[in-house]
Design a protein around this ligand. Sequence first.
Ligand code: NAD
Length: 308
Amino acid sequence: MKVGIIGVGAVGSATAFALVMRGVADEVVLIDSNQKKAEAEALDISHATTFAYASKIYAGNYTDLKNAQVVIITAGANQKPGETRIDLMARNTTILQSIIKPLVQNAPDAIIVMASNPVDIMTDLALKLSGLPKNRVFGSGTILDTSRFKTLLGEHLGLSSKSIHAYVLGEHGDSEVLIWSNGDAGTLSVEDLAKDLHRPLTPEVKAQIDDNVRNAAYKIIEGKGATYYGIAGGLCRICQAISANENAILTVSSFHEDVEGVKNVCVSLPSVINQNGVECVIYPHLSAEEHELLKISAQKMKDYSEQE
Ligand code: NAD
């Protein structure tokens, strides 16, 4: 599989590294407005291929995107301590506007995966600017938040996070919704399993997990300036699902005609990912409170998208 990455900063380079080390892409082209940085990252990562897979990785320009199956966009400003993802909107809108046209000209058949923040708004904008069908333009959305949720539930229950099915939906950001009403593992609901294991999900435990999911990025940025390994894992997982035509259920942000009565909005819902991109969306069963929270989250994204 050939993958293009536009924006080779912390997220772009970690993603390229993940793709190469896991053998998901056999050709990776790195594009950055800082050409020297793209060249240096390509060179550095190429030296790891001896220990992984025989992938070709190089710095290029837009014409090198020809025949890419996936192009990931990670270009743009990232959050500084105290900034929200929404605070990046104006800066990253301008950057995205300069990227989409040459991308689509050179890779008209590619699936575009947005990662730059605020990712739901950027996905909506990329869809509009590209004119591509909605299945082929989507964002990493809450794939990372879902992973954080599963990791924390796994730690609490003493189980592998891979054996837990639980989701974070809505905005990738402050209004995201952790779905407590229907997570499961080993045929039991997460709530029942937690009781059986004598590790109940008390209101205090839930509040702690919620805080650690919702505010993870703020905590990581406070400590080391940026988050990149988690999202790199998520972007690599998306590419793997596309490459293997997997029909994997992942929480990614795509365009929906109606989310809880909010029309034409990009947020994350459980989505089936295969070689066509988003093949279809599975509308979740939610509690009354979760319906309301998802509506609030979708409305927030809709309001910001209208300001683009
Ligand atoms: P970074 O500053 O390390 O890298 C950004 C890169 O984009 C830089 O190398 C810069 O030269 C490049 N760039 C800027 N304008 C460009 C243009 N017009 N064309 C090509 N390249 C351009 O930032 P980062 O930490 O890698 O974060 C990148 C984006 O990813 C941010 O918006 C950040 O908020 C977002 N992010 C998203 C998630 C997620 O879950 N979706 C997680 C972490 C970070």
